[in-house]
Design a protein around this ligand. Structure first.
Ligand code: PLP
Length: 677
């Protein structure tokens, strides 16, 4: 009896201790780091976010250390960090997964990955992927003329494969044929029958035999929000009758060997591996039938779509991918082998165009929080000497809700009342019946009561949660103003509702005591992050820490490397963010060194895109200043200083860099010329 009382007391004490001490492990759970961090991201014992660039225990880089180094070098934030070792690791992991599957299945042929550059066309990224992929014979995929132009000069290894998807015009087809004449392994994939006809006409004119692939319109449909128009009605690909016509035409010309590759792509971020397996079986049956007919097809290209876990599960029931890298590779290899064995045909070289899976992990956006707008209301409100009726009613309600005996229903009723009083007060103010000072007190009281109400209603855990409580949660969530643009850096969040993992990089051994909505610098109502990856049931806010005075608070936006960091438009003239390329090295004091810094877009570059040019702007501004000097409004020296200040801004980045500029960049030529004169 006594013993169990002791153990109960001890359990309670332990529970209480757990309650007070927040550990890095708690943060990892809260932000679901395991579900999206893969083998790369962790929270370390100091409560800092860390990356393991090789995807294993060997070495870790602490984000706080990295930020200190960037600050020391006066690099402007927001900054995009590329971990080149992560990119290399992903290439290795993908190829090793296929290697393992091929060995296990005793598959009689090989895997040949190609990197679809549209996922991240940055030259350094493409080169890093090719560098890591060289020993696996990795190739490239392009989907437009621009990408073809970018890819061709990189085919510097014997037999390196370039798959050309997308709609191709005659000049593109002609260039592809020429590159085949050079002996390059470039395969144009026919998306339409008419493309095949154009290709044949061009080949005849050049007197060459083309090598080509065909995108096949499968009956299997993709799934998920990225699913493209796969399936029989898709606008891409040849139908089965068209494929047969194409084959017959090649046979008629005595060139069945021209058809080298069959391709399908059921959309990016395949959620359900069963869908992929169905497509694979369908495709391999087509392949086998053509092989048996004597068409020596060499490649089956399974397209992209290998999924990445972003931490899944936001409020709208987003599904996560239901497989990992190895399972994907196994599915592809085994499905193709099974059909080939059954049909007694040789197995093809397997091509995959995995893009997201290669690049997503390697880049992280570091964003400073500029300001936190607390939405909690004051603790105490001073009433005016002669309070207006609206103020009096609210004060009464405040007293009332402070009474601990109030039931949840009464609290919800109080919420209805304060809403009504607030609306009335605003109307009275507009009509001139309420003074500005009284309106200010109404607002303070409103927020003060709202906070009390939520503080009482939240622990009551009414099920289902009443709309009023959700509304209060929404209203009382802090706004954290972040130095970035949603449209520039996380376009898919806005465009297709994709959630990205976001976590503070520091203080992860402290309990996050605030709930924040992250808003960006654009004046757009869409310029916010509207759902988050967390273990909270409500995904509409991010648990964060209170800001401590001027101490910077950085958030890491993870898995930015696929489709995000390279996109971006010129929304509100926010340009590219600064970029640094980080390599891991155990010999360095903090396990890393910085190879390259690419500054963010300067204001004059962004302005030039919309036809404002420094010379002209400077001339106009000079005229304005000159008129003020002539009129005696300011002294000439002051006027010149102001002009210099204006011109110096041309070279600023488009984000809020709070620190003084480290280097004095020469002003544009015209500006210095005029100042000299
Ligand atoms: C977009 C695309 C890819 C890349 O898809 P991921 O999901 O990033 O792997 C591959 N092939 C084609 C034809 C594409 O359109």
């Amino acid at each position: 009896m006594a013993e169990s009382a002791v153990s109960i007391a001890r359990d309670a004490a332990l529970a209480a201790a757990r309650e007070v001490r927040w550990t890095p492990g708690d943060s990892a759970e809260l932000y679901r780091v395991e579900s999206w961090g893969d083998s790369f991201f962790r929270i370390n014992e100091q409560g800092h976010a860390a990356v393991r660039p090789f995807g294993d225990e060997r070495l870790a880089i602490d984000f706080v250390k990295l930020v200190e180094e960037l600050q020391r070098r006066a690099i402007s934030f927001p900054v995009l960090i590329r971990f080149q070792d992560v990119l290399q690791s992903r290439v290795r992991m993908l190829n090793e997964a296929f290697g393992a599957a091929i060995e296990e299945a005793n598959y009689g042929n090989r895997y040949n990955g190609v990197y679809p550059i549209k996922v991240n066309q940055l030259h350094e990224v493409v080169e890093e992927v090719l560098d890591a992929g060289r020993k696996y014979g990795m190739g490239l995929e392009c989907g437009s003329k621009g990408e073809l132009i970018a890819c061709l000069p990189h085919l510097n290894e014997e037999g390196m494969l370039l798959v050309c998807n997308g709609v191709k015009d005659r000049s593109m087809l002609s260039l592809i044929l020429s590159s085949q004449r050079l002996g390059l392994n470039v395969i144009p994939v026919m998306e339409k029958y008419s493309e095949f006809e154009s290709l044949l006409a061009l080949a005849d004119a050049q007197g060459v035999t083309p090598t080509l692939g065909v995108r096949v319109r499968l009956a299997t449909r993709g799934s998920g929000r990225w699913s493209e128009s796969a399936g029989a009605r898709s606008k891409f690909g040849l139908s089965i009758p068209e494929l047969m016509r194409l084959v017959a035409e090649l046979e008629r010309r005595g060139k069945p060997g021209s058809l080298a590759l069959l391709h399908f792509h059921i959309g990016s971020q395949i959620i359900d591996i069963q869908v992929l397996k169905r497509a694979l079986k369908e495709m391999t049956q087509i392949y086998a039938a053509l092989r048996r007919r004597g068409i020596p097809i060499r490649y089956i290209d399974v397209g992209g779509g290998l999924g990445v876990s972003y931490g899944a599960g936001h409020a709208r029931g987003e599904a996560g991918v239901n497989y990992g890298l190895q399972e994907y590779a196994n599915a592809v290899v085994f499905a193709i082998k099974e059909v080939c064995d059954a049909q007694e045909v040789p197995t093809p070289i397997i091509v995959s165009e995995s893009g997201r899976a290669i690049t997503a992990h390697h880049s992280v956006l570091l964003v400073p929080v500029l300001e936190g707008h607390r939405r909690s209301g004051p603790d105490h409100v001073e009433l005016p000497a002669e309070p207006h009726a609206a103020v009096e009613s609210l004060a009464k309600i405040l007293d009332n809700v402070r009474n601990p005996d109030r039931e949840p229903e009464e609290l919800i009723e109080a919420y209805h009342d304060i809403e009504e009083i607030r609306i009335e007060a605003r109307t009275l103010f507009s009509l001139g019946y309420l003074e500005l000072e009284q309106l200010a007190v109404v607002e303070d009281l409103y927020w003060c009561i709202a906070r009390h109400l939520l503080g009482r209603l939240r622990p009551a855990e009414i099920d289902p949660t009443p709309a009023e409580v959700l509304e209060l949660e929404e209203k009382l969530t802090d706004r954290y103003l972040c130095d970035f643009s949603v449209f520039q850096s996380i376009l898919d969040h806005w465009a297709i509702d994709q959630s990205f993992p976001i976590i503070p990089i520091d203080r992860l051994d402290e309990r996050p005591d605030r709930r924040a909505l992250l808003v960006d610098l654009t004046c757009d109502s869409d310029g916010k992050v509207s759902h988050y990856i967390s273990a909270m049931e409500d995904k509409t806010f991010l648990p964060v820490h209170s800001l401590e005075g001027d101490k910077p608070y950085y958030l890491g936006f993870f898995l930015m490397g696929a489709y995000q960091d390279i996109m971006g438009d010129t929304h509100n003239l926010f340009g590219r963010v600064a970029e640094v390329h980080v390599y891991a090295d155990a010999e360095e004091p903090d396990n890393f060194w910085i190879e390259r810094v690419i500054p963010g877009a300067a204001i004059h570059e962004m302005l030039a895109q919309v036809q404002y040019f420094p010379n002209d702007l400077n001339r106009r501004m000079s005229e304005i200043v000159k008129r003020r000097i002539d009129a005696g409004v300011i002294r000439p020296t002051q006027g010149m200083e102001i002009l210099g200040q204006y011109v110096a801004c041309f070279n600023d980045t488009t984000y809020c860099d709070a620190r003084p500029a480290p280097v004095v960049v020469p002003a544009p030529a015209a500006a210095s010329g005029e100042r000299a004169g």
